[in-house]
Design a protein around this ligand. Structure first.
Ligand code: 5IU
Length: 483
């Protein structure tokens, strides 16, 4: 305890802890400001802080084989911890411009490795979450984070809600008590800080929105499938949500095999467990019209929708023909198809011309599951905007996490297996729990996890149960935090 007192006094002395009136990044006026950047000028203090951080994570038995500092202030602190305790470190890139072309995470790791996040100050927890997201995108598991100063504004609870335990060396109220005890702060200032804390708490699952300013409308996460089915406008989304509700499944089966008979046999086995069957008809060697009739019969028998994963990506006039003519005539039989947003909104318009009259729906590819893909950052945001502008035809996204709270849009995520990992060609796998529970997606898309299993029907059942359980847990958690 004495030691923490000394540390706080030192931080106060070097003006890493400031009291007065400060405008925070969010525009909020705060009576206290923590600026830990100055500590790099005090090497022995750096060592001391790194020790405190280590102890704070060690005592509660945090589980990790790697360390990663949140850029930038915590980077040198993580480096000291790494060197002193011989725990390898990772570096997360912060620069947005590098998202598409460079590795976001530098350093050696295997999917499934556990990593402790190190941070200097936590307010809402968003920076820790961003780092955790980047790590989990490459299959690293984050369950613990350690911070020097917790502003006690709800960051800990928000992180817990995302499955991350936060350990802190000291909190805002503790710091005030120590400084008051040592005559560095007067009681009106301490009271000011207390009042500030009482009014400025960040609530779980909002991005930096103050509790007092929360909108009361329920977000998508709190809505059950049947509730969403009532409010979505597109009849296909309604139908899909009703299937998900009645069959208790958010599983889409990607049946990527190359013979008609193989496809039909697999679909008949797996059909009872899925809400969607996803096809790539251009990989089927003996494709014919009877195959489509048989697939449609299975869709009726087992009550699922058909999604042809065609990924249209040409100008509007061309995709219109690709969608409705040629050998496959996709708009005649596939309830859902998808498109890249790269050509601009003409691609959606072209598909819509021949899709909407048949009550078809389209997904936009806003993110991809493969390593090094370019569908990130501004591209993803522009894709969401494109969907919002053509919501009569665009029913959702292919993505790796929830992109909007708008309940009309269905989020579907490929790259799912029962344990995290990848293949040799850049596919990256996450678990149903991470995809539905942590990342807020709606539907898991599973291919090899099912059709390569010894018993595809049983494998589909396991995916269905894992996905549905994550959905139930997600909704219940959210309802509790709303009270
Ligand atoms: N798919 C992806 N990632 C993507 C997109 C589509 O995996 O970003 I867009 C497709 C490819 C394949 C299925 O048809 O989803 C996933 O199959 P596996 O579960 O076998 O990896």
């Amino acid at each position: 305890m004495e030691n923490v007192d000394n540390l706080v006094l030192k931080l106060f002395e070097i003006e890493a802890l400031k009291f007065g009136s400060f405008t925070l990044k969010s525009g909020i006026q705060s009576p206290v400001y923590f600026d830990l950047r100055v500590i790099v000028s005090y090497p022995s203090l750096m060592n001391e802080v790194a020790d405190f951080l280590w102890q704070a994570a060690e005592k509660p038995n945090a589980k990790f084989v790697l360390l990663c500092g949140v850029p930038y202030t915590a980077l040198p602190l993580a480096t000291i911890m790494s060197a002193n305790h011989n725990v390898p470190m990772l570096i997360r890139r912060k620069e947005a411009k590098d998202y598409g072309t460079k590795k976001m995470i530098e350093g050696k790791f295997k999917p499934g490795d556990t990593c402790l996040i190190v941070e200097d100050v936590v307010t809402s927890g968003s920076s820790v979450m961003e780092t955790a997201d980047s790590l989990s995108k490459v299959g690293i598991v984050v369950t613990d984070a350690v911070v020097l100063l917790d502003r006690e504004q709800g960051g800990k609870q928000r992180l817990e809600h995302k499955g991350i335990n936060l350990y802190s060396v000291c909190g805002m109220s503790g710091i005030c008590k120590i400084l008051e005890k040592h005559g560095k702060l007067d009681s009106p200032t301490v009271k000011q800080v207390d009042d500030f804390l009482a009014k400025n708490i960040f609530k779980p699952d909002t991005s930096g929105v103050k509790l007092t300013e929360q909108v009361s409308k329920k977000s998508k996460k709190s809505l059950r499938y049947h509730e969403r089915a009532e409010i979505v406008a597109h009849p296909l989304s309604k139908q899909l949500l009703k299937i998900m509700d009645s069959k208790q499944t958010n599983l889409a089966f990607s049946v990527d095999v190359t013979k008609c008979q193989q496809v039909l046999e697999l679909v008949d086995k797996v059909g009872p467990h899925v809400c969607i069957v996803k096809t790539h008809v251009d990989i089927i060697e003996d494709f014919n019209d009877d195959f489509i009739t048989a697939l449609q019969k299975l869709a009726d028998k087992h009550n699922f929708l058909i999604f042809e994963d065609r990924k249209f990506a040409d100008i509007g006039n061309t995709v219109k023909h690709q969608y409705s003519s040629g050998v496959y005539k996709i708009n005649q039989w596939a309830h859902i198809t998808n498109a890249h947003s790269v050509p601009g909104d003409g691609v959606v318009q072209g598909l819509k011309d021949v899709g909407l009259p048949k009550n078809r729906g389209c997904l936009l590819i806003a993110e991809m599951s493969s390593t090094g893909n370019l569908a990130t950052g501004e591209y993803t945001k522009a894709t969401v905007k494109m969907a919002e502008e053509q919501a009569d035809f665009v029913i959702g996204f292919i993505c790796t996490s929830r992109l909007t709270d708008d309940p009309r849009f269905l989020h579907m995520t490929p790259g799912v297996q029962l344990s995290a990992g990848g293949d040799s060609l850049g596919q990256q796998y996450l678990t149903p729990n991470i995809v539905i529970g942590d990342r807020g997606s709606d539907i898991i898309i599973v291919g090899r996890g099912i059709y390569k299993a010894d018993d595809p029907s049983n494998a589909a059942k396991l995916f269905k149960e894992a996905g549905y359980e994550a959905y139930l847990k997600q909704s219940v958690d959210f309802t509790i935090t709303e009270q």
